[in-house]
Ligand binder design. Structure first.
Ligand code: HXC
Length: 258
């Protein structure tokens, strides 16, 4: 499939998707989200890919949903057509890890998209925000739900109600991002993390992603039970035999994803 609003490439065992609507600061419209969903599904199904990096430009990861595209929607357009958010859930169905490499603005839907990824590595110039309130609307792709879980209710309320942006340093302190690096190192840092992950046993990578995500959805005892069952099932993997044998033999493991 050829894409107009994203750039897609493979580097080693890492799939790279770059949002590419520079004139609109990567504002997210239906076409872009369709393309993003298709590229993610393709990488998810590609046996050669172990991890995905999603990034934007130096100025913007994404400045939100496309305001011009939705400005004149009626309620029925938005609700019945499920416009704007229709294709956003695709990213949650991806079973391989997706790392967001965020530089510049990650606002509104851009912040929500970054939060849908498995973790965020930020450049020092990153700015996160949920400014929908200034447009007379509210976050619509999980901002009011994922932000409090990531940064606390106090900071999420502050950001959603005042529309203030959070810089990279504050985002790291608050737990929204896992690392902050200089802008010029952002892509390499994300690729290095993705390369490390893609050298691991893919089934264990997928089980960890599933298990950590359960921490959002389940009670602690249910989550711990889920994790334990996943843990038990790793003993059916050849990669578990290889990983533990390699440790004992003081050598690097050669995982085969089985
Ligand atoms: C459409 C956008 C856009 C957006 C920027 N642009 N953000 N177009 N939708 N969300 C366009 C501008 O219109 C402009 O186009 C060009 O990108 C450059 O933007 P400027 O404003 O000139 O750049 P700058 O002065 O550097 O300001 C950057 C900015 C500002 C602070 C990020 O653009 C801004 O506030 N953008 C809107 C942020 C926002 O409110 N996001 C939330 C959207 S609602 P032209 O043609 O004039 O050059 C949302 C709901 C999600 O996301 C719902 C879930 C699906």
């Amino acid at each position: 499939m050829s894409y107009e609003m994203i750039l897609v490439e493979t580097q080693g065992h890492v799939g790279v998707i770059r949002l590419n609507r520079p004139k609109a600061l990567n504002a997210l419209n239906d076409q872009l989200m369709d393309e993003l969903g298709a590229a993610l599904v393709q990488f998810d199904g590609d046996a050669d890919i172990g991890c995905i990096v999603l990034t934007g430009s130096d100025k913007a990861f994404a400045a939100g949903a496309d305001i011009a595209a939705m400005a004149n929607y009626s309620f029925m357009d938005a609700y019945k057509g499920d416009y704007i958010t229709r294709n956003w859930e695709q990213i949650r169905k991806i079973r391989k890890p997706v790392i967001a490499a965020v530089a510049g603005y990650a606002l509104g839907g851009g912040c929500e998209l970054a939060m849908m990824c498995d973790f965020i590595i930020a450049a020092e110039n990153a700015k996160f925000g949920q400014p929908e309130i200034k447009l007379g609307t509210i976050p619509g792709a999980g901002g009011t739900q994922r932000l409090p879980r990531a940064v606390s209710k106090a900071k999420a309320m502050d950001m959603c109600l005042t529309a203030r942006m959070m810089d990279a340093a504050e985002a790291e302190r608050a737990g929204l991002v896992s690392r902050v690096v200089p802008l010029e190192k952002l892509f390499d840092e994300a690729m290095a993390a993705a390369t490390v992950i893609s050298a691991m046993s893919l089934p264990t990578v997928m089980m960890i992603k599933e298990s950590v995500n359960r921490a959002y959805e389940l009670t602690l005892s249910e989550g711990v039970l889920f994790e334990r069952r996943m843990f038990h099932s790793t003993f059916a993997l050849e990669d578990q035999k290889e990983g533990m044998k390699a440790f004992i033999e003081k050598r690097l493991p050669a995982f085969r994803g089985i």
